[in-house]
Structure formats: C-alpha cells, structure tokens
Design a protein around this ligand. Structure first.
Ligand code: DI6
Ligand code: FE
Length: 399
C-alpha cells in the first residue's frame, strides 16, 4: 500500500468535538499501509504520493451502525395496509411484520440472500459509508439466523467495506415457538449464538425489548451468555413503549441502546454511567409516523453520545441512505449539524466498539475517509436526495 499525502482538502477531523472545516490546504493528512499516520500543516513529503483533493470537504468515512439489510422479499403491501389505517403492531399480530420477512428470508439460499442484499449495501457505500453493521433476525431458527450472518460476512468479501455482524435472533418469536419465549431463547437464541460464535459469525448480540417482542426477563439469560462468551451487547429499546430495555442494557454494559423514543431521563443517566451510545433511528420514526421524539436534551445533559443510523429494514425503515438519516436526525429530532456528523462517524464507531479503529481522522486509526463536493457539513445535512460524494477512501485507498 502506498504512502499518500492528501493535500488541498477542507478537513473535519471529528476527533472529539466537531471543529469547523479547515481552510483548503491548511491541514494535510499522511496515510500509509491503510492507516492515518499524521494530520497537520506542511507534513514531510518524503516518498509519499501526493493526492490533491481539489479543495473538497474531507470527513471520516461514514458508518451505518444499525441495519437489517440482509433479508428476503419486501413488505410494500404492509406499507399500503398502514396507509389504510392498520398499525405496525396490528400487522405484526396478524402474522405480517418480522414474521413475513422470516418466511421470505428462509426461502432464499445463501447466494440469493447475498444477491438480494447487495444493492442495499451498494447504496450505502455510494454515500461514503465504509463501515456497516448488519443484524440477523429474520431467520428465527439456528440455521437461518446463521445463514443471514454468513451472507453478511460474504458481503464484506464482495465489497471494500468493514462489516460488523450482530446476532439478533431475539427479534421476534417465530410461530413454532408461540407462547414459549423461554424455550426459544434457550434453544435458538442461546444455542444458535454458541454455534454462530464458534463459526466466527458474531461481533455483537442484540435483542428487541418490546411488548410485541421480548421482555427484559426473557432476554436476561441471552445477555448473560453473551457476556460469558466475551461478546458485546446492544439492544432495541423503548421504541414503541417504555419496556425497560435501556436500563437493562446499561446494567449489561451495552455498547448501544437503539431507537429510544420512549426513553426517560433516568435511562439517559444509566446510559451515561455505562458508557452506552444512544443510536437514534429517524427512518423508523418517520415510517411509523411516531410523535414521541427521543429525549435528545436528556442525552445531551447526561453526556450520552448520540449516533444516527438507517435501521435499513423491510418494514419500519426501508431506508438505505445515511445522508437522509442525517437530515432526518436534524429535521425530526433537532440534532445540530455537528451532532449529525459525529453521529455517523465517531459516535457510530463507538456504538460498534470500534472507537479506536475508525470514525475519526486521527493518527493510528484506519484511513477511512470521504471526500465531498461541498464546502461545509451543513450542506451535507440540509439537502435531501442529493449525494455529493466525490470519493470514498477505505484503508487508505480510493475505492
Ligand atoms: N425495530 C424495528 O423498527 C425493526 N426491528 C426492530 O426491532 C422492525 C423490523 C421489521 O419490521 O421488519
Ligand atoms: Fe432495528
């Protein structure tokens, strides 16, 4: 790999606080062997290839830290049902929702699953994403859940991207386990986790804590087992109601708690104490036409880092644009522009346990960068359906 000096960019390091972009050329960046070596003025040129960034804005590459982008089928018909007045919970109880995607996902072989998911991944990459988290959760049997994560790993072979896999077998109770949540957690979520972990398929464990999904008591043995195996945990909590998942996850030292519309100030304090990132998912909020917004002021007051992600999934957030997620974070949740940028870089990295690897422009980190045909981050966040990506740089190389 080449030693490269990146010159003539407006650089936003997003290292700690989001500073204003530097004037073009005031800062330079030196990368070598896929990593950032130095950032500063007038760096030594010895032997480095010079890459002139043409005065463009340079940020860390973006990170989508919460997706369900591996799945089969689509649920556009449910979209129509909601237009006719049905609620998400009603559709789920009638066998639609996650269970409908389970059938469509189980129907695909591994190759077809990869083929179905690749366009969604490509859409994210085209917007400067270089790290993406992908959850299981539409297989709901040991083998089908493992296949989803095998597909996720395969995607990382097919594209220049870092994929983090998350075991979300505790997403919904499949029909064959109706009324037997404890058995499902033991026989599928935990037994499958052990098998998937042994195959190297699991970077984190997640669960959906909600009235229509699992209670904290049901999730407890799964989270305990994850920690015994040394696997970090996260959670879907307080999305449709306050079910207590956030405080539960904080007790387990979770990397992140995600959704959080119905979270409280006490939840925010618990998250601050456990170092848990708040992952906000405005695509799901928008799709479900929620009216209760996450307690952003409480997160700020408690010092909880906030991330934004697409939640790309076939039901509640058919969104594969991280730029639109940033815009919605600002428009719907009133995050500031610097908060939106940190939310898809440094805080998103932290939500994946990758804070020392990517998400900032700082010496020692992976050289994952994005060059944009805009002058300021506000121009990235303000517009909708507009992709000004000029180049995506992954591990020091333009992709
Ligand atoms: N919350 C969500 O919004 C998605 N999963 C979850 O736990 C919904 C997934 C779906 O409806 O397919
Ligand atoms: Fe989700």
């Amino acid at each position: 790999m080449t030693r490269t000096l990146w010159t003539n960019a407006r650089i936003i390091p997003v290292d700690g606080a989001v500073a204003p972009a530097s004037e073009p050329g005031a800062l330079e960046l030196l990368t070598d062997a896929g990593r950032i070596i130095a950032i500063g003025a007038d760096l030594p040129r010895d032997g480095a290839r010079v890459a002139d960034c043409g005065g463009r804005l340079m940020t860390p590459a973006l990170i989508d830290c919460h997706t369900h982008l591996v799945f089969g089928g689509d649920r556009a018909r449910e979209f129509e049902l909601r237009l006719e007045g049905a609620s998400y919970e009603e559709i789920a109880k009638a066998g639609g929702g996650i269970k409908a995607s389970m059938q469509a996902t189980r129907a695909l072989g591994p190759e077809a699953l990869v083929a179905a998911s690749l366009p969604r991944l490509d859409h994210l990459l085209a917007e400067g994403v270089s790290t993406v988290e992908i959850k299981s959760g539409y297989g709901l049997s040991v083998e089908a859940e493992m296949n989803m994560l095998r597909a996720a790993r395969r995607l990382a072979d097919l594209r220049r991207v870092r994929v983090c896999t998350t075991w979300l077998a505790a997403h919904a109770l499949p029909p064959d386990y109706a009324g037997r949540a404890e058995d499902y957690i033991r026989e599928v979520a935990i037994a499958g986790l052990e098998a998937a972990h042994a195959e190297g398929l699991v970077d984190a464990v997640d669960g959906f804590c909600e009235g229509i999904a699992f209670s904290t008591a049901e999730l407890e043995p799964l989270y305990r087992r994850a920690r015994e195996l040394g696997i970090p945990v996260k959670i879907h909590s307080e999305q449709l109601s306050h079910a207590g998942g956030t405080a539960f996850a904080a007790r387990h030292g979770a990397l992140s708690a995600d959704h959080l519309e119905h979270a409280t100030e006490a939840d925010a304090r618990a998250m601050a104490a456990s170092g848990t990132v708040a992952v906000l998912l405005p695509g799901a909020f928008f799709t479900l036409r929620e009216t209760v917004v996450p307690p952003v002021a409480a997160f700020r007051a408690a010092g909880v880092p906030m991330a934004l992600a697409t939640d790309c999934n076939p039901g509640t957030s058919p969104l594969s644009s991280i730029l639109l997620a940033m815009n919605m974070g600002a428009t719907l949740f009133r995050l500031t522009v610097p908060e939106c940028l940190a939310a898809v870089t440094t805080h998103a990295a932290r939500a994946l346990g990758l804070g020392r690897e990517t998400g900032r422009i700082a010496p020692g980190l992976s050289a994952d960068l994005a060059l944009w045909d805009v002058e300021s981050p506000a121009q990235l966040v303000a517009r909708m359906g507009f992709n000004p990506l000029h180049a995506r740089i992954f591990k020091g190389e333009i992709v």
